[in-house]
Design a protein around this ligand. Structure first.
Ligand SMILES: Cc1ncc(COP(=O)(O)O)c(C=O)c1O
Length: 340
């Protein structure tokens, strides 16, 4: 039995999802004539209380188009030093939008409204113009941490008074909403644009959706075309998304429970220096300085358990839809007996 905890993106579509995909009614989405895609986009726009939603083949593309909607070349995006858009999207903010990132030194990928205020550039002509604040919920590099919604409201207030856009990288927003019992409408109310991913916790093979009001979204279709992201009979993928929204959101609580249980066992290992707080499905832990990371990873690999390194002696595990109860029992047992 292989236990793959490298990411929640390793899931494969279930039988129910595949059946829904195979029986999808499709059309040419470039003509906007795919009824299943239209239904998915309408459903998500409505869920977040927004006028518009657009499907993308990846979370990176949805984020990068989102950033481009808010910025002009030379301008600045305020985000955390851990932000996915800064660390793991190939410098896309600079490449696609000609913008730079002003990094905030936050806590597990999260920052405060006061830090945003400080990060906004003065309006003198020689400064780069601050035009967007970007947050990530949950935070990936921050170990699946969930933002305090009241802090987000305070940041929204700063954005409003300083005329800044507010974009949410909600790749794992589903996890945050389940963990904190929050609603999509709450998020739709404070963010101008939101990207959500269907192929992480929700178990779809492909897809992210960018959501916003008509005003800000009006160039999104042509930008998606420019980025090479327009597709034709894409309703097969939309059907997976609709299925996931019906079946795979509430169950995320099970992934969170399993992650916390893994954390308890990890913290008992003599080789583990620290397990970061576990709020959702991501477990980040640090090895003691004298522990050989490659040896630790190999030891698990020999037992068919796959996890990944994050640099700085930190390792990551992510629980997901295909990490079954049986695998969980087995893995906890291995951790209990392992002299790692
Ligand atoms: C927080 C976050 N945002 C965006 C992305 C990008 O998604 P994709 O891999 O679909 O481009 C990821 C992927 O892991 C992510 O974790």
């Amino acid at each position: 039995m292989i236990i793959d905890l490298r990411s929640d993106t390793v899931t494969k579509p279930s039988k129910g999802m595949l059946d829904a995909m195979m029986s999808a009614e499709v059309g040419d989405d470039v003509f906007r004539e795919d009824p299943t895609m239209n239904a998915l986009e309408e459903r998500l726009a409505h869920m977040f209380g927004k006028e518009n939603a657009l499907f993308f083949p990846s979370g990176s593309m949805a984020n990068q188009v989102g950033i481009k909607l808010h910025t002009n070349p030379g301008e600045q995006v305020i985000c955390d030093k851990y932000a996915h858009i800064y660390n793991y999207e190939v410098g896309g903010v600079a490449f696609h939008s000609g913008a730079s990132c002003k990094l905030i030194d936050g806590d597990r990928g999260m920052f405060t409204a006061a830090q945003v205020k400080e990060a906004i550039n003065p309006s003198e002509y020689y400064y780069s113009q601050s035009s967007l604040v970007e947050v990530e919920n949950t935070t990936n590099k921050g170990g699946g941490a969930c933002w305090d919604f009241q802090e987000l409201e305070k940041i929204k207030h700063v954005c409003k008074t300083s005329n800044l856009g507010f974009h949410l990288d909600g790749a794992r927003l589903w996890n945050a909403m389940v963990a904190k019992n929050e609603s999509a409408l709450q998020y739709g109310e404070i963010f101008d644009t939101i990207s959500v991913c269907l192929s992480k916790g929700l178990g779809c093979p492909v897809g992210s959706v960018l959501i916003g009001d008509q005003d800000i979204m009006k160039k999104s279709l042509s930008l998606r075309k420019l980025f090479g992201g327009n597709m034709r009979q894409v309703g097969y993928l939309a059907a997976a998304g609709l299925y996931a929204l019906d079946h795979n959101v509430e169950r995320l609580a099970q992934d969170h429970k399993k992650a916390k249980e893994i954390g308890v066992e990890l913290s008992k290992l003599s080789s583990v220096k620290k397990v970061e707080p576990i709020e959702t499905n991501i477990v980040i832990f640090e090895l003691h300085d004298d522990v050989d990371e490659a040896h630790f990873l190999n030891n698990l690999k020999e037992k068919h358990i796959y996890i990944i390194g994050m640099g700085s002696h930190k390792l990551r595990m992510v629980t997901h839809l295909d990490y079954t109860d049986q695998m969980h029992e087995k893995f906890l047992g291995i951790l209990q007996t392992l002299a790692l």
